[in-house]
Design a protein around this ligand. Structure first.
Ligand code: ADE
Length: 248
């Protein structure tokens, strides 16, 4: 997968060189390019923002540097059409299902907005462009960050760890909270490792016996309990799915 990031703070993306993603990049499983939006602004101060039409607080990122940056990126590979990803709190909320679906996109370009956001004509223009495979405006949760950089890191990590070969043990990905399969939409239950007793607290007996059937049912029950406790709305969705109350 190829990933391009356009930002006024390229340094935000140095964590991509660490850990799991760093290894995936080094192994050639993911190709990452970071672009400084200011290099596409042509005035003396490399200005990328201006006051909003209609008034209001804050500044809006102008379409001109964005258009030049995105056109330059798309022109680097004429065989593939990139998807433009615009992280924004006013987008569709990203989830594990989206992360899984996005693993089949060969090329994602992240437009990291700052201030009050990016002039709306940028998303409009690239949605209609034959050189692009679409525009996805996505939020990572119902809160407001200072810009799209951290949100992009979140999206990239969620997607990249699902790419074949990125996580060493494939099962650790399929067992995740929210993963598809028999435990879909359940939260993962508690996990334990050595020592068997720590500060007077012991590991549940069932995990020590090596009886795989019992362990599997215990884990399924723990996942149900945890989901009911932490995310009652997910538990309710699950119950109505099982009763065939609604289709998905
Ligand atoms: N930019 C600012 N807040 C955001 C959020 N919650 N999700 C995605 N992008 C954002």
């Amino acid at each position: 997968m190829r990933i391009d990031l356009v930002t006024i703070f390229p340094d935000y993306f140095t964590p991509l060189t660490l850990s799991l993603l760093g290894k995936a990049i080094a192994a050639g499983l993911i190709e990452v390019h970071v672009h400084d939006l200011r290099t596409f602004a042509h005035d003396r101060h490399n200005t990328v923002d201006d006051t909003p039409y209609g008034g209001g607080p804050g500044m809006v990122m102008g379409p001109q540097p964005w258009g030049e940056a995105l056109d330059a990126i798309a022109a680097t590979n004429k065989e593939l059409r990139p998807v433009l990803v615009v992280p924004t709190p006013s987008g569709v909320v990203f989830d594990q299902r989206a992360a899984q679906a996005w693993t089949s996109d060969p090329w994602l370009v992240f437009a990291c907005g700052r201030y009050e956001g990016i002039d709306a004509r940028v998303a409009q223009h690239y949605s209609a462009s034959a050189d692009w495979a679409g525009v996805r405006e996505v939020g990572i949760g119902d809160y407001v960050l200072a810009g799209g950089e951290v949100a992009s890191l979140v999206l990239i990590e969620a997607i990249a760890r699902l790419l074949p070969g990125v996580v060493g043990n494939e099962a650790s990905v399929t067992d995740d909270s929210f993963a598809s399969g028999s435990m879909a939409h359940l939260l993962e239950g508690p996990v334990f490792t050595k020592p068997q007793e720590w500060r007077g607290l012991t590991v549940p007996e069932v995990l020590l016996g090596g009886h795989h059937g019992q362990i599997t049912s215990w884990r399924a029950e723990q996942a149900r309990l945890r989901t009911a406790q932490m995310r009652p709305e997910l538990a309710a969705d699950l119950a109505s799915d099982q009763h065939g109350d609604h289709q998905s």
